[in-house]
Design a protein around this ligand. Structure first.
Ligand code: FES
Length: 163
């Protein structure tokens, strides 16, 4: 019988230490142990992107990411984006540009968008489409999602000017 191991990582800015089975995925731990249900279980094979979260700033498919790989790292989920009870500009942009329909893909899309905009604040449409290539959406046809991310880039630029 496999025994539990201790894993320690930072989740949305707070350090956690948990007892886990090493074959568990990061997604399972987020949802079942930490009650963070923003990342969605979709295909379970790392193909649809609904479970996307950031690990040390890089978007990963948490459904196939072994929990022990997260040890000592920083994990950011969609729950960690909003600050002071206000929406993050990317979340605001998805609302304003109708980037959300059923919403199942939205947390993963938003996290992929965040990883992009953190490293490329003014991406081209091609760069946006490339960044969300691993995130499937069955509802929007992607046009509103691309527009949402373009709008988010503008909102984030405005926010930087106000600092
Ligand atoms: Fe429904 Fe994208 S909004 S899957």
């Amino acid at each position: 019988m496999t025994s539990k191991q201790t894993v320690k990582f930072v989740i949305n800015g707070d350090e956690v230490e948990l007892e886990v089975l090493p074959h568990w995925s990061l997604l399972k731990v987020l949802r079942d142990s930490l009650d963070l249900t923003g990342a969605k279980p979709g295909c379970g094979e790392g193909e649809c992107g609904a479970c996307t979260v950031l690990v040390n700033g890089i978007p990963i498919n948490s459904c196939i990411y072994p929990i022990m790989e997260a040890d000592g790292k920083e994990v950011l989920t969609v729950e960690g984006l909003a600050a002071n009870n206000g929406l993050h500009p990317i979340q605001q942009a998805f609302l304003e540009k109708a980037g959300v329909q059923c919403g199942f893909c939205t947390p993963g899309m938003i996290m992929s968008a965040k990883a992009l905009l953190d490293t490329n604040p003014n991406p081209s449409e091609d760069e946006i489409r490339h960044a969300i290539a691993g995130n499937m959406c069955r509802c929007t046809g992607y046009v509103q999602i691309v527009e949402s991310i373009q709008h988010a880039a503008g909102l984030m630029a405005d926010a930087r000017k106000r600092l």
